[in-house]
Design a protein around this ligand. Structure first.
Ligand SMILES: *[C@@H]1O[C@H](CO)[C@@H](O)[C@H](O)[C@H]1NC(C)=O
Ligand SMILES: *[C@@H]1O[C@H](CO)[C@@H](O)[C@H](O)[C@H]1NC(C)=O
Ligand SMILES: *[C@@H]1O[C@H](CO)[C@@H](O)[C@H](O)[C@H]1NC(C)=O
Length: 238
């Protein structure tokens, strides 16, 4: 009785030490690894086509869980005081946008080539939530959103502005207009709170990604839970 109270207390004490989060995260990833063979791969990133997109006239950076942060910081000079601007489209395919995002995606891709010609050209990025469900969950974002991200060198806070795109009316000019009228911040929703990708509490304590995995795993349980069940039943019946 006494022993368990003491061990509970000490467990609680160690919970409050921030660096332990790293340990919990590692343990969590171990558990995930054990389930891994049953799960579809949640982070699809094709480095070859990403390199092609970046080198093409669109200068489009395809962002994934492993590269989004370094990619966004890449053009930021260490002593910069004016932000480097990024325009990032969050889109999706049949799974996360039910096939309705083709129009905004095509519009964005075409606008990327036009944006690249502007004297104050932004950097442009692209996230596909079908390929990157963990990244989308960890930002708490969904397909059909355009982000304006103002990058300053670490550890400055990062301003992020989001705008939902109209899936049926967006054209390349819509995207250009949004960028060229970006001083009018009233058209955007400023991102803040727990899920802010840089400054939110979840990102600070490195919990955004583990939580995103949990949310994602829950969303796919119906399919892999079924597979487990079927293989279990068929094995016990044979
Ligand atoms: C998306 O769904 C449409 C219609 O159901 C289908 O024709 C298309 O092949 C699907 N695309 C992908 C990438 O699965
Ligand atoms: C837009 O560009 C990305 C990156 O190159 C590509 O994966 C995607 O298929 C393109 N979408 C459309 C609708 O052209
Ligand atoms: C998109 O634009 C159309 C035409 O202007 C409008 O009818 C529709 O309500 C808009 N959709 C959204 C989600 O705003």
């Amino acid at each position: 009785m006494r022993f368990s109270a003491i061990s509970a207390l000490s467990a609680l004490a160690s919970l409050t030490v921030a660096q332990d989060f790293e340990q919990y995260q590692a343990q969590f990833q171990n558990i995930l690894g054990q389930f891994g063979s049953y799960l579809p791969n949640p982070n699809r990133h094709d480095p070859v086509s990403a390199a092609e997109a970046k080198a093409g006239e669109m200068k489009l950076n395809v962002l994934g869980l492993s590269n989004w942060k370094e990619t966004l910081y890449a053009p930021v000079a260490p002593e910069a005081t004016t932000p480097e601007e990024w325009l990032v489209l969050v889109t999706g395919g049949n799974k996360t946008c039910f096939g309705h995002c083709l129009r905004i995606e095509a519009a964005f891709n075409q606008s990327a080539a036009k944006l690249a010609l502007l004297p104050d050209a932004p950097h442009v990025g692209y996230i596909n939530c079908d390929d990157q469900p963990i990244l989308c969950n960890s930002w708490s974002t969904g397909a059909g959103t355009l982000y304006l991200i103002e990058m300053l060198p670490e550890p400055a806070p990062i301003d992020i502005y989001a705008k939902r795109l109209n899936l049926s009316t967006t054209t390349p000019d819509t995207i250009l207009d949004i960028y060229q009228t970006r001083e009018d911040k009233s058209q955007f929703k400023k991102k803040d709170g727990y899920f802010h990708p840089f400054d939110g509490e979840l990102a600070k304590y490195k919990l955004a990604v583990p939580l995103a995995y949990v949310l994602w795993a829950l969303s796919v349980i119906p399919s892999w839970g079924m597979m487990l069940g079927v293989s279990f039943i068929s094995r016990t019946m044979m």
